[in-house]
Design a protein around this ligand. Sequence first.
Ligand code: PDD
Length: 283
Amino acid sequence: MNYVLENNQVVQRENVKTDFLDRAYVFGDGVYDVIGVYNGTPFKMEKHIARLENSADQIEINMPYNQVELKKKLLQLIEMNHLVTGFIYIQISRGVAPRTHHFPQIEVSPKLIAHTTETTRLPENHYTDGVKTMLVEDVRWLRCNIKSLNLLPNVLAKETAVKNNCFEAILHRGEMITEGSSSNVFVVKENKLYTHPADNYILNGITRQTVLEICEKNDIEVVEQAFNKDFLLTADEAFLSVTFLGIIPIRKVNETTIEIGEVTKKIQDELYKLTHKSGIASL
Ligand code: PDD
């Protein structure tokens, strides 16, 4: 990763100027998004950019330039970094200003940074054998639909999971399951797929939305309804969805074992086909 998009210019990494008074640095005052790239092609890029703008709108940050322009710049970045497989990270902060909690009363320009990471997906056994997860109380704010830079509760939940030898923390508010610390959660029961509705308690994942499209095309019934811990623990199947990594079956929640079944495999396969077929028209 040699090049970074800084506002509307692609520059060498060492030439990026980050000010310590940038509100992203001081308050986490900004938003971000992550776009998966397969074989040099970004997947669902327009949807990610639209979600980024929506997150920015919600906290009253204007995009530094429009979505079409941003798409062009990100494609340029992929090319200049020779990114084949990995992801693009984009963040927009409110900008640089003297530290006050309220929005700056002077004119500030939002600051956009985008960079790429070349990486691989998870080891194959994660997709075939599933992963261990654990339940962690969801202590986040009530606007989780915004992809905000403030990720401390997510970071702490994931760290708890990792310390307990788990891949993901499944968050719950009291009895209600919301989502993973960095993924959406799905449960299969009697061949129906359940997931939390896209409201303020979760981030409406682009992968989640793609899963719902796959279900529609394949006659898999979806119920967008909040469910409780017991419902998850007695699931026929369960899985996580997240950008780039795709569909990851859940094998364990705390001490409870969950089977990996046909519905999960079908959705896994269909998503894989969408992301990995060559020359995908998914921009
Ligand atoms: N996170 N929920 C949360 C809290 C997330 O952080 C993410 C993804 C998702 C899945 O969204 P999507 O399918 O659009 O990736 C759900 C990204 C990848 C991250 O923070 O790195």
